[in-house]
Design a binder for this molecule. Sequence first.
Ligand code: GLN
Length: 301
Amino acid sequence: MMKKSILCLAAAVCTVSLAACGGNSATETTAAPTTAAEAADTTTAAEAENTEDNSAQAEDTESAEETQAEAGSEGGTLVMATNAEFPPYEYHDSAVTGPDGSDIVGIDVEIAAAIAEKMGKELVIEDVQFASIIPEILSGKADFGAAGMTVTEDRLVNVDFSDTYATAVQSIIVTADSEITGPDDLEGKLIGVQEGTTGDLYSTDDFGDDMVERYLKGVDAVQALLQGKVDVVIIDNEPAKVFVSENEGLKLLDAAYAEEEYAIAVKKGNTELLDQINSAIAELKESGKLDEITAKYITAE
Ligand code: GLN
């Protein structure tokens, strides 16, 4: 069963700023290759691999599979699965060109680019539904998942996680006039989440399936809150800050719902890649580059 620690942290401790995306605003959330069919339920979504929308990425996928055969060797591609609806870790910004030539940028993207560079490989980003990231890794379509992914016991059954590179909390967003002040007020409330995320898993665990409304993107859950369709949104603190700053009439509660740590996921047993990722992360930490990347996207208060 999912275990979580409910912590009531002051915002000053767990968050840094409302101006989340220094330089590049987290705009242009163009549609990720997701389908309504995939949204039907978490299990189906997690298993959906060859949907129409994903076929657009068939070319990348083929090259990814070829690359895997030569894993460890110099050259070739390194395929990252992500869900680019999660500013400032990964999001679309039409004003810039990311490391793979697309408009996907963010903290995870820069970390992945550094890993690829260290391995002498070209980074390829597969932008998929969040719940499809682990299936992409398991099927070999992607080499690793980097998506502000929280290390959980359940995920560790299928994937191995790298050393952690960030801490996060599940935050609560409410409308400015809401009487909800913290996690203790959530009982009986309708909770909006991004499907398959820890916000979804934890709140389903705590309050039951009926109290949780799932959306493909965090921003859609936020729109539902603005429209009065849900009472709160539970989502990671950094995207929460971005969404609150971009929409009038919302507030982020100081008291957080859960604390967690982000890491990169690889197929269980892929120690060769995991070792390379861990040594790249260690280098990024030691050189101060990780702090630099983080500071570029998250401005300290
Ligand atoms: N940290 C959350 C999780 O791992 C959300 C990640 C995301 O939405 N990209 O489930």
